[in-house]
Design a protein around this ligand. Structure first.
Ligand SMILES: Cc1cc2nc3c(=O)[nH]c(=O)nc-3n(C[C@H](O)[C@H](O)[C@H](O)COP(=O)(O)OP(=O)(O)OC[C@H]3O[C@@H](n4cnc5c(N)ncnc54)[C@H](O)[C@@H]3O)c2cc1C
Length: 398
C-alpha cells in the first residue's frame, strides 16, 4: 500500500509543510507535522519542502500484478440499454480489433442484462472472437454493484490484458468500481489508443493539465489496463455477417446480484434540443462569427444540408449558442459524415471533439490556422463571403 510517514524525531516543527500542502492535509500537533490521511493526495509537496531534515517520506506501492504476462486479450464492456447494444460499443470493438491484431490476441465482449443472449452474435459480426453473456432478470435495469461485481469476477477468472469501456454514465460507473476491486488504474476519456509494439503496453492518450497537453499513459506494473472512451471518438467496426465466434453463457448465484440500491422507477428523459452527436452534417461556428445573429447564416447552410449547428467554446462562452452545441474536449465529441468549421482556429481542445469526422471542411482567412492540418478541404477566405456562396450552390445542386 502507498502511504505517507512523518518521522517525529526528525521533524523540527518549522510548519513549511503546512504552508506547502495544497489540500490542507498538513497541520501541527504537539509542534510536530501531522498528516490528515483523508485529505492527503500523496502529491509530494510537503516532501519537497522538507528537504533539509527529511522528516516526511512517501512510500509508493511498487508491487506488480503477479503473472502479468499471463494476461492476454482485449475486452470490451458491451453496454446495452433496454436490450439495445449502444453504438459506442461498436466503435470500441473496431479499435479493440485493431489493437488485438497488433498483439495477435483475441477480442472478447462482456454482455450483461436480461433477455440479451441473442445480441451476442451482433458483437461477433463486429469483430469479437468471444462474448461472455450474463443473462439474468435481476440485471434488467443497470445497478452499479452487481454489474461491477460480475465484471470483476469475469476478469479475475479470465485475465484480459486490457478492457475498453464506453465513457457513458453506465460505463464510467461500472469500470471505476472494477478498478477499485482489482486495485488497478484507469485512464478516463481516452482520445487515442495504440499498442507499444516493443513491450505490448496499451498506449492511452488523453488530454491532461486542463487540455494543454496530450498525455500518453502506460500501465507498466498492473493488469488489466482499463480505459474509457467517449462516443464518436473512434469509427464503428464494419459488420461482417460471416464472422464466427464463441458465446459463453456464464451464470451467477444470488450473492452476485446483491445491491444496496434499488430501482424504484425508470423514467425516459425527454429533450427538445438538437443532439449534435447524432447529426450527419455539422456546420460549426467559432469566434469569427462575431455574434449570435450571425449563426443564422450557419443555420441556413445546415438546413440545406439537413444538418445541425455546432460551435467552438469561444462562441459558447460569448453566449452566441447554448452549451449543448459545443464541440470539443469540454463539449461533445462528434463524428459526422461532414464537419464544416467556419472561423474556428482548430485548437487541440476543439480538434479532439471532431477530428474523427469523415470529411472536414475548414473555412478560415488565416492560411496557417491549425484547423487546416486536419481538414480534407480548406477554403481560405472570409466566412461571411464563403458561407452564403456555399448555401446558394448547395441549394441549387440539392
Ligand atoms: C480546459 C480547456 C477546455 C477547452 N474545451 C474546449 C472545447 O470543448 N471546445 C472548444 O472549441 N474549445 C475549447 N477550449 C478552448 C480552445 O483552446 C480555444 O480557445 C477555442 O477552441 C477557440 O475557439 P475559436 O477557434 O472559435 O476562436 P479563435 O481561436 O479565436 O479562432 C478564430 C479563428 O477565426 C478566424 N477568423 C476570424 N475572422 C474570420 C473571418 N471573417 N473569416 C474566416 N476566418 C476568420 C481566425 O483566423 C481564427 O483562426 C478549451 C480550452 C481549455 C483550456
Amino acid at each position: 500500500m502507498s502511504g505517507i510517514k512523518v518521522d517525529k524525531n526528525k521533524c523540527i516543527g518549522c510548519t513549511l509543510c503546512v504552508k506547502a500542502c495544497p489540500f490542507g492535509a498538513m497541520s501541527m500537533v504537539d509542534k510536530k507535522a501531522f498528516v490528515d490521511l483523508d485529505k492527503c493526495q500523496l502529491c509530494n509537496s510537503c516532501v519537497e519542502t522538507c528537504k533539509v531534515v527529511h522528516a516526511i517520506e512517501i512510500i509508493r506501492e511498487t508491487t506488480r500484478t503477479p503473472d502479468m504476462e499471463k494476461y492476454k486479450g482485449i475486452w470490451v464492456f458491451a453496454e446495452q440499454r433496454k436490450g439495445v447494444v449502444q453504438p459506442v460499443v461498436f466503435e470500441l470493438l473496431g479499435k479493440a480489433r485493431e489493437l488485438a491484431d497488433k498483439l495477435k490476441v483475441d477480442v472478447a465482449c462482456v454482455l450483461m442484462g436480461s433477455n440479451i443472449k441473442d445480441k451476442a452474435e451482433d458483437l461477433i459480426h463486429r469483430g469479437a472472437d468471444k462474448v461472455y453473456v450474463v443473462d439474468n432478470p435481476k440485471l434488467e435495469h443497470f445497478l452499479d454493484e452487481p454489474y461491477a461485481r460480475i465484471m470483476a469476477n469475469l476478469i479475475r477468472k479470465n485475465r484480459p490484458e486490457a478492457i475498453l469501456c464506453p465513457a457513458t454514465v453506465v460505463g464510467r460507473s461500472v469500470i471505476s468500481r472494477v478498478a477499485v476491486q482489482l486495485r488497478v488504474g484507469l485512464t478516463a476519456d481516452c482520445t487515442g489508443l495504440d499498442i507499444d509494439l516493443e513491450n505490448g503496453y496499451l498506449m492511452q492518450t488523453r488530454p491532461a493539465f486542463g487540455g494543454n497537453i496530450m498525455a500518453t499513459i502506460l500501465a507498466k506494473y498492473h493488469r488489466p489496463q482499463l480505459a474509457t472512451v467517449r462516443h464518436k471518438v473512434f469509427k464503428e467496426a464494419a459488420v461482417d455477417l460471416k464472422r464466427k465466434g464463441v458465446v459463453e453463457v456464464v451464470n451467477y448465484d444470488n450473492s452476485f446480484f446483491v445491491s444496496r440500491t434499488k430501482i424504484l422507477k425508470v423514467v425516459d428523459e425527454v429533450t427538445s434540443t438538437v443532439n449534435i452527436t447524432e447529426a450527419n452534417v455539422i456546420v460549426s461556428g467559432g469566434r469569427a462569427m462575431g455574434g449570435a445573429e450571425n449563426f443564422k447564416m450557419l443555420e441556413e447552410l445546415a438546413n440545406v444540408l439537413n444538418g445541425a449547428v455546432g460551435a467552438s467554446r469561444a462562441a459558447i462562452d460569448e453566449g452566441w449558442m447554448p452549451y449543448s452545441h459545443q464541440v470539443g474536449q469540454t463539449g461533445k465529441t462528434v463524428c459526422p459524415t461532414v464537419y464544416i468549421a467556419c472561423g474556428i482556429s482548430g485548437q487541440i481542445q476543439h480538434l479532439v471533439g471532431m477530428q474523427s469526422s469523415n470529411i472536414i471542411i475548414a473555412i478560415n482567412r488565416d492560411p496557417s490556422a491549425p484547423i487546416f492540418t486536419v481538414a480534407n478541404y480548406g477554403i481560405i477566405g472570409d466566412v461571411f463571403e464563403v458561407v452564403p456562396l456555399l448555401t446558394k450552390r448547395f441549394k441549387e445542386v440539392l
